[in-house]
Design a protein around this ligand. Structure first.
Ligand code: FE
Ligand code: FE
Ligand code: ZN
Length: 277
């Protein structure tokens, strides 16, 4: 079985996102915790939260997957950018505690010239500063394409972050299919092998969510340009094998494909169709 959905905007509240996703035919969704310019998050009204809980239960939603801001860089060479990032992370995690589902995904960061090792240390430091033992949220490191000075283009880098986090039981991974492909992993030719590698390096038990995207570019291009399902270089057959892989059963699959609402509805329908639903 599978949970599938796409990104929605939080403008009209959380329950409204669940309602919209039900209309799309999906049963999970993602949202950016703040607008792309990185503004502050708003408090969650109690009535909205209650309505959300009701809808998630009635429609049997899977885990929801919040996404941290693109502007949050926990390992920038610029100290002020790092401190702003830590602020965002703390506020976002505070907000997440009020919400059900409790998966929070973010891009580990770009070291902007400091080098991979310094970047890894700073990301882990920020997580150690932000995580508290009483938090219910699972924080997901996203697998990245490895473009520029991005950290997270290899499973090894993600594991190096994880092993430096004291409360590492609260850390998971969000597997972005476009990014891992662009980073060089052969999702189309040998997805079993990719998962074996993931299991050896990180451990499959940390895999909590999937960003389900085809890629405009060839494997290893390090580009990070998402494509609609089946219209990219990974291809529909491989995407189907990924979605139906037993190791990923029950995970939330978030589409981040370049689509309008109708396009997402069609892709959700395609994915659920693979499962006969
Ligand atoms: Fe992302
Ligand atoms: Fe992604
Ligand atoms: Zn991407």
């Amino acid at each position: 079985m599978i949970y599938v959905g796409c990104h929605l905007t939080v403008a009209d509240g959380y329950a409204a996102m669940a309602e919209k996703m039900t209309g799309f035919g999906g049963n999970t969704f993602a949202w950016f915790t703040r607008n792309p310019r990185g503004g502050r998050t708003k408090a969650v009204p109690r009535e909205d939260l209650q309505a959300l809980r009701g809808r998630l239960e009635a429609e049997k939603f899977g885990p929801l997957v919040a996404h941290g801001s693109y502007t949050m860089n926990l390992c920038s060479a610029n100290e002020q950018t790092r401190l702003n990032g830590l602020d965002m992370l703390r506020q976002d995690l505070e907000r997440m505690e009020a919400l059900p589902g409790n998966l929070y995904n973010f891009h580990p960061g770009s070291h902007t010239g400091q080098g991979e090792q310094a970047g890894i240390e700073q990301i882990a430091q920020a997580l150690n500063a932000a995580l508290r033992p009483d938090m219910k949220t699972v924080v997901l490191l996203e697998t990245m394409a490895g473009k520029g000075s991005e950290i997270g283009g290899t499973f090894e880098q993600l594991q190096e972050i994880i092993e430096r986090v004291r409360l590492r039981e609260k850390i998971g991974v969000c597997f972005d299919t476009c990014h891992t492909w662009d980073a060089g992993y052969d999702l189309a030719g040998d997805f079993d092998g990719v998962l074996r590698r993931f299991d050896d390096v990180i451990g499959l038990e940390r895999l909590k969510a999937v960003h389900f995207n085809d890629s405009k570019n060839p494997r290893g291009s390090r580009k990070d340009r998402h494509e609609k399902l089946g219209q990219g270089q990974i291809g529909l057959e491989a995407m189907k094998r990924i979605a139906m892989h037993p190791a990923l059963s029950g995970l939330p699959f978030i589409l981040e494909t370049p689509n309008d609402d109708d396009g997402y509805i069609a892709e959700i329908h395609t994915v659920l169709g693979w499962f006969g639903g």
